[in-house]
Design a protein around this ligand. Structure first.
Ligand SMILES: NC(=O)c1ccc[n+]([C@@H]2O[C@H](COP(=O)([O-])OP(=O)(O)OC[C@H]3O[C@@H](n4cnc5c(N)ncnc54)[C@H](O)[C@@H]3O)[C@@H](O)[C@H]2O)c1
Ligand SMILES: O=c1ccn([C@@H]2O[C@H](COP(=O)(O)OP(=O)(O)O[C@H]3O[C@H](CO)[C@H](O)[C@H](O)[C@H]3O)[C@@H](O)[C@H]2O)c(=O)[nH]1
Length: 336
């Protein structure tokens, strides 16, 4: 049995599908602070079987311990956390409490239950401003906001834990920019508030929920002047977790990028989305957003060599699947 924290969320729901499809059993823990339990019903519709759901907070060590014991959990995939960069700057203590303290309570419960296999969701945001590209795992880490620092501190805590007890099997996965949705259109990204990330904004403009995309700067040192990111299909990202679990059959700690290795600009995304949706995507050029870097993409070689994992889905597929979910669920899971 795999415990999936944050299992009702965007990436968690896609990981649940990949795990169930691989024949594994899943217990999902989520406090639903940024998600809707409707996603869990949709998982059942896709896979023909369910995840077990426990509504709990990862900071509740006793509750997590009881769940680990009751379900004979052998490994944990840990996604639960807060992820909005701007909010983390306004509310740093909330972020440190939820993400860092939450992870400490979780690993304490795991230690008590003798469950020592952990896959952790980190982020390319730990690299901060790239000193060189593509970003490999040896690139220095220097996050530039509290959210990024929570990920960095958790990585360090997990390394210390592994140093202290070599029985631990830990995979730290640094995600680049997850986008898209399951091909069924049943699960996808459903931001509860105004989205910050590019794809959900573009999708909401294409469907008419917002008037236009604000392109944050077209004066970067990139071919079209707009920012470049390594967008990765969420289903490819999810399958990387299955590969990481297989690799953790031996004790050890690994830190691996999950990205495609190629970058697309903001204008590439808008143009591709326009093509796959057949809808206009009006945009306006605006000031640069504070804290943004010009270009960020992964060197995915280690993931290939160590995990035997590579991403396979194109930007067109990412936009098409994102659009499919948006069309089927114009108001997200609300009303589902
Ligand atoms: N989406 C991205 O761009 C991105 C990029 C890099 C890393 N990540 C990381 O991946 C993970 C999942 O991200 P996502 O995009 O699916 O976000 P999400 O908000 O959709 O999912 C996170 C889930 O965790 C739950 N949660 C939050 N705090 C909790 C707590 N204390 N106890 C129990 N549940 C809690 C939320 O309700 C939510 O369902 C996060 O850790 C995030 O930092 C995301
Ligand atoms: O309305 C928008 C939103 C975004 N952008 C641009 O689109 C690109 C991508 O922006 P996102 O906000 O979608 O993604 P970021 O790369 O800024 O950040 C995301 O990916 C990072 C990892 O690379 C971290 O995980 C971070 O938490 C997560 O939000 C940037 O050039 C940004 O300026 C716009 O032009 N307009």
């Amino acid at each position: 049995m795999i415990l999936l924290t944050g299992g009702a969320g965007y990436i968690g729901s896609h990981i649940a599908v990949v795990l169930l499809d691989a024949g594994l059993d899943v217990v999902a823990v989520d406090n639903l602070s940024n998600s809707n339990s409707a996603s869990l019903e949709r998982i059942r519709a896709i896979c023909g079987r369910s995840v077990i759901f426990r509504h709990a907070d990862i900071r509740n060590e006793e509750a997590i311990y009881q769940i680990l014991r009751a379900h004979d959990v052998t490994a944990v995939i840990h996604l639960a956390g807060l992820k909005a960069v701007g909010e983390s700057t306004a509310q740093p203590i909330t972020y440190y409490d939820n993400n860092v303290v939450g992870t400490m309570r979780l690993v304490s419960a795991m230690t008590r239950a003798s469950v020592k296999t952990l896959v952790f969701s980190s982020s390319a945001t730990v690299y901060g401003t790239p000193a060189y590209l593509p970003l490999d795992e040896k690139h220095p880490v220097a996050p530039i906001n509290p959210y990024g620092r929570t990920k960095y501190f958790i990585e360090e805590i997990l390394k210390d834990l592994h140093e202290s007890d070599k029985d631990w099997r830990i995979a730290i996965l640094r995600y680049f920019n997850p986008v898209g949705a399951h091909e069924s259109g049943l699960i996808g990204e459903d931001p509860l508030d105004v989205p910050n990330n590019l794809l959900p904004i573009v999708a909401q403009v294409a469907i008419g929920r917002r008037p236009k995309v604000h392109v944050w700067g077209n004066d970067y040192d990139t071919p079209d002047g707009t920012g470049i990111r390594d967008f990765i299909h969420v289903v490819d990202l999810a399958s990387g977790h299955l590969s990481a679990l297989s690799q953790l059959r031996q004790p050890g700690l690994l830190t691996v990028n999950l990205g495609t290795g190629s970058g697309s600009s903001v204008m590439d995304v808008i143009q591709t989305f326009k093509e796959v949706s057949g809808r206009p995507v009006p945009y306006v050029i605006d000031q640069r957003r504070v804290g943004d870097v010009a270009t960020c993409y992964a060197d995915p070689t280690l993931a290939k060599n160590l995990l035997g994992w590579t991403s396979t889905r194109s930007l067109t597929q990412m936009c098409a699947d994102h659009w499919h979910f948006q069309m089927k669920n114009p108001n997200g899971y609300r009303g589902a």
